[in-house]
Write a protein that binds this ligand. Sequence first.
Ligand SMILES: Nc1ncnc2c1ncn2[C@@H]1O[C@H](COP(=O)(O)OP(=O)(O)OP(=O)(O)O)[C@@H](O)[C@H]1O
Ligand SMILES: [Mg+2]
Length: 222
Amino acid sequence: MPNLLLENVTYTYKNASRAAVSGISCRFEAGNVYAIVGPSGSGKSTLLSLLAGLDLPTEGKVVFDGDSLAALDLDRYRRESISMIFQSFHLFPLLTVMENVCFPMELCKVMPKDARLRAAALLEGVGITKEQMDRFPSKLSGGERQRVAIARSLASNAKIILGDEPTGNLDAANTQNIIEILCSLAHEKGYCVIIVTHDSEVAEAADVALRMRDGQFRTESL
Ligand SMILES: Nc1ncnc2c1ncn2[C@@H]1O[C@H](COP(=O)(O)OP(=O)(O)OP(=O)(O)O)[C@@H](O)[C@H]1O
Ligand SMILES: [Mg+2]
């Protein structure tokens, strides 16, 4: 079961006068959904990029299953252990829905036939129909695109899902649907889900809500 630990993590951008993330310690455990909320500029996306291994802390460490990220092969960590979902989906527009979900498996040398079978199962799991699987992403609604992005992020077997405003472009019904999918991945399949959100509905549905301000977690609850 994956575990991510922040040990006194500080991150200062080059030439910045103050730290974007400042002395944060926190444990993220498998089986839970975490929501990170807070005002613009409080350090949420920076924290997510540290968890994703896109940047290394200026001070302190991020520990994955007992190993400091500084000592790991970060490309491999990102490929095998982390899936990211974004507000703007980042689907490939010239690939069909099916091809989008097969893509990460092809990178991992899964046989095309096996990749298609697994992609179909993942897409069905998020409520995408067979007919929709052969469409291009531009021919889907925003909520459907986000569900495809989630299916694609699950194709890699990574058990940590990081989301930066994954419901930011969605209406209430689609937001609810994505919340349910993320909660069931955590609660039933043991994923560790960490999402940055401005959406109070998402924060309330999370198992743990963390409020950031000036690069730190505030101790009081929401
Ligand atoms: N590449 C960068 N170089 C310098 N400073 C940066 C960079 N990216 C972010 N910052 C600064 O770091 C601080 C935290 O930014 P961050 O993007 O983590 O905030 P955020 O909480 O995600 O905000 P938002 O809700 O607007 O997305 C801000 O003061 C921002 O200006
Ligand atoms: Mg941000």
